[in-house]
Write a protein that binds this ligand. Structure first.
Ligand code: HEC
Length: 105
């Protein structure tokens, strides 16, 4: 990419970042957090039918928060989630829970 097109691209990015509302930015941030769960729990929390992994889509947000906190504290033992849950703050867990709870199961 030459410097002209790089500058144009940067200008476009700045333009759109200026237009995106705080709500839109928050939604993008939440989606990017949720994307880290997609490898195992499926896109938007819908795991494949018959998959061993639980679907998160449509799960109650309180349940997700409770389970994530239990993984984080070690109250619920796990093969992998105890490590993953430790990577998220309480606020991020709330965002994730709200996102997955609002997805169609
Ligand atoms: C590497 C695969 C992997 C990733 C990535 C992953 N999970 Fe999990 N998740 C699991 C497995 C496996 C379990 C079953 C518990 C265990 O053995 O760890 C599980 C269980 C859960 C449960 C409990 C479900 C139930 O029915 O009780 C929740 C809630 C959960 N995960 C949320 C998340 C969230 C939120 C993310 C993203 C931040 C995430 N997981 C990312 C593999 C994963």
């Amino acid at each position: 990419m030459n410097i002209k097109s790089a500058t144009a691209l940067l200008a476009t990015c700045l333009l759109f970042s200026g237009i995106a509302s705080a709500d839109e930015r928050q939604a993008l941030f939440t989606q990017s957090l949720a994307a880290t769960c997609a490898n195992c729990h499926g896109t938007a929390g819908k795991s494949l039918q018959g998959a061993a992994l639980p679907s998160l889509a449509g799960m109650k947000s309180e349940v997700i928060i409770e389970q994530m906190q239990a993984f984080k504290s070690g109250a619920r033992s796990a093969t992998i989630m105890h490590q993953i849950a430790k990577g998220f703050s309480d606020d991020q867990i709330k965002l994730l829970a709200g996102y997955f709870a609002s997805q169609q199961p």
